[in-house]
Design a protein around this ligand. Structure first.
Ligand code: NDP
Length: 390
C-alpha cells in the first residue's frame, strides 16, 4: 500500500485529492491529513480514510479536533510544529495543498524524508525555489507539479530535451474581470472577485485569478520548476481554460495540453505518475466546443504580470517578498481595507522598499532566512496598507 499524506486536506485541492483516494481506498495507507479551521471536515475525512493522524494548523482548535475524533483511533494534533512533525512521518507521496507561504515548511520537511511531493502550493517555489530544489536533490525526493499549467508543461516535456525548448506558454482564463472596462476595476467588490468564470477553487486563488496575481505566481513557479530563462516564458489569455499550457520547440512545433477545467486531472496525474490511469474527468468533445480563443494579456489591466517579470529578473528573495506582500494585500482587500487595484500598488511599494534595503543581500537561502524576509515583507505591506487606508 502507498503511504500518503495530504496537507490542506480540507481545501479545494485537498478535497479533490480525497475524492480520488476514496475511489481506490484499499490502495492507500493514509498517514496524515491536515487542515485549518474546518475541523468537522478534517475529522470526517480522517475517519473515512482511516488516517493515523489529523492536524489542525490552529493550536486553539485542538480541543475541538480531539472531541471530533474521540473514540475513533485517529490521533489529533495542532499547530505549526505538529504540521512539520506530520510531514516528517514517512510517506511515499505527499500532497502540498495548504494555501500561502504556510505550505513551505511542511513541504520542505516532506522532501527531507524523501517523499514525492505533489506541489499544488505554488508559493513553495515562488518563495524559496532554489532551496526547495536543492532539498529535493539532496534527499533524492521528487517534486511533481499539480498546478494545471505546470502539470501540462511537465507532460508536454516528457522525453524532450530542454535545450530544444524555445518557450513555455502558460494560459490564463483572465479571471472574473477579464471583460470589464478597466475604469470599473477600482470598484470591484469582494463578492465579484470571488467568482471564477471556469474553475471552482478556494477563495484566495479565485481572487488572485481576477487580479492575475495567480498567473504572476505561476510565471515565477515556471521559472523555478523548469529552470527556464524568464524571457522564454509567455502568458496568453485563453477564456475557455481548456488549453492549460503549450511548449514551443526550436523546430517551430507547439505541444499543447488540452483538457477539462478539472483539477482531478493534474492531481491524478501526479498521484499515478509515471503511469497514466483512468480518471473520472470529462472527455472533451472538441466539435461541440467549436472554438478556442486566445488574446494577449493587457499589462495595464494586470499589473501583477509586470511585477512578476521584475521579481524573476531579480531572483533571490524577491519571490518571498512578492508573495508575502501579495498575501497581506489580499487580506487587506478581503477585509475591505483596500480596493481591488490597490493590491498591486501595495505589492509594488514593498518590492521597491526591498530593492532599496540591505535585507536579503548576500544572505544564504535557508528556511529561517526565507521566513524572516517573509515576516519583514508582511510588516511592510501592513504599514503600506495602513498608510493608504488612513
Ligand atoms: P483552499 O483555500 O481551498 O484550501 C486551503 C487549505 O489550506 C485548507 O485545507 C485550509 O484549511 C488550509 N490552510 C489555510 N490556512 C492555513 C495555514 N495558515 N496553515 C495550514 N493550513 C492552512 O485553497 P486551494 O485548495 O484552492 O489551494 C491550495 C493551494 O493550491 C494554493 O497554493 C493554490 O494556489 C494552489 N492551487 C489551487 C488550485 C485550485 O484549483 N484550487 C489550482 C492550482 C493550484 P481550512 O479550510 O480548514 O481552514
Amino acid at each position: 500500500m502507498r503511504r500518503i499524506s495530504i496537507f490542506g486536506a480540507t481545501g479545494s485541492i485537498g478535497q479533490n485529492t480525497i475524492d480520488l483516494i476514496a475511489r481506490d481506498r484499499d490502495a492507500y495507507d493514509v498517514v496524515a491529513l491536515t487542515g485549518g479551521r474546518n475541523i468537522a471536515r478534517l475529522a470526517q475525512d480522517a475517519v473515512r480514510l482511516g488516517a493515523a493522524l489529523a492536524v489542525t494548523a490552529h493550536d486553539e482548535l485542538l480541543p475541538d479536533l480531539r472531541a471530533a475524533l474521540a473514540g475513533t483511533g485517529v490521533e489529533a494534533a495542532a499547530g505549526s510544529a505538529a504540521l512539520i512533525e506530520a510531514a516528517r512521518r514517512p510517506a511515499d507521496w505527499v500532497m502540498s495543498a495548504i494555501v500561502g507561504a504556510a505550505g513551505l515548511a511542511p513541504g520542505l520537511a516532506a522532501l527531507e524524508q524523501g517523499a514525492t511531493l505533489a506541489l499544488a502550493n505554488k508559493e513553495t517555489l515562488v518563495c524559496a525555489g532554489p532551496l526547495v530544489l536543492a532539498t529535493a536533490k539532496r534527499h533524492q525526493a521528487r517534486l511533481l507539479p499539480v498546478d494545471s499549467e505546470h502539470s501540462a508543461v511537465f507532460q508536454a516535456l516528457l522525453g524532450e530535451d530542454m535545450a530544444a525548448v524555445d518557450r513555455i506558454i502558460i494560459t490564463a482564463s483572465g479571471g472574473a474581470f477579464r471583460d470589464w472596462p478597466i475604469e470599473d476595476l477600482a470598484h470591484a467588490t469582494l463578492a465579484q472577485a470571488s467568482t471564477h468564470p471556469n474553475w471552482d477553487m478556494g477563495q484566495r486563488i479565485t481572487i488572485d485569478s481576477a487580479s492575475m496575481f495567480n498567473k504572476a505566481l505561476e510565471l515565477i513557479e515556471t521559472k523555478e520548476f523548469f529552470g527556464i530563462d524568464p524571457v522564454r516564458i509567455e502568458t496568453v489569455v485563453h477564456p475557455e481554460s481548456l488549453v492549460h499550457a503549450l511548449v514551443g520547440f526550436n523546430d517551430g512545433a507547439l505541444m499543447a495540453h488540452v483538457g477539462p477545467a478539472d483539477m482531478r486531472h493534474a492531481i491524478g496525474y501526479a498521484l499515478h505518475w509515471p503511469e497514466r490511469r483512468d480518471l473520472p474527468v470529462e472527455r472533451l468533445d472538441l466539435a461541440a466546443i467549436g472554438q478556442l480563443t486566445f488574446r494577449a494579456p493587457d499589462d495595464a489591466r494586470y499589473p501583477a504580470l509586470r511585477l512578476a517579470r521584475g521579481v524573476m529578473a531579480q531572483g533571490g528573495f524577491a519571490g518571498a517578498v512578492f508573495n508575502a506582500a501579495k498575501e497581506r494585500a489580499l487580506d487587506g482587500f478581503i477585509d475591505g481595507r483596500i480596493g481591488f487595484l490597490e493590491m498591486a500598488a501595495v505589492v509594488e511599494t514593498v518590492l521597491e522598499r526591498f530593492d532599496a534595503a540591505p535585507e536579503g543581500r548576500e544572505t544564504v537561502m535557508t528556511l529561517d532566512t526565507v521566513l524572516a524576509i517573509d515576516h519583514l515583507a508582511r510588516d511592510w505591506a501592513d504599514e503600506t496598507i495602513r498608510q493608504r487606508a488612513g
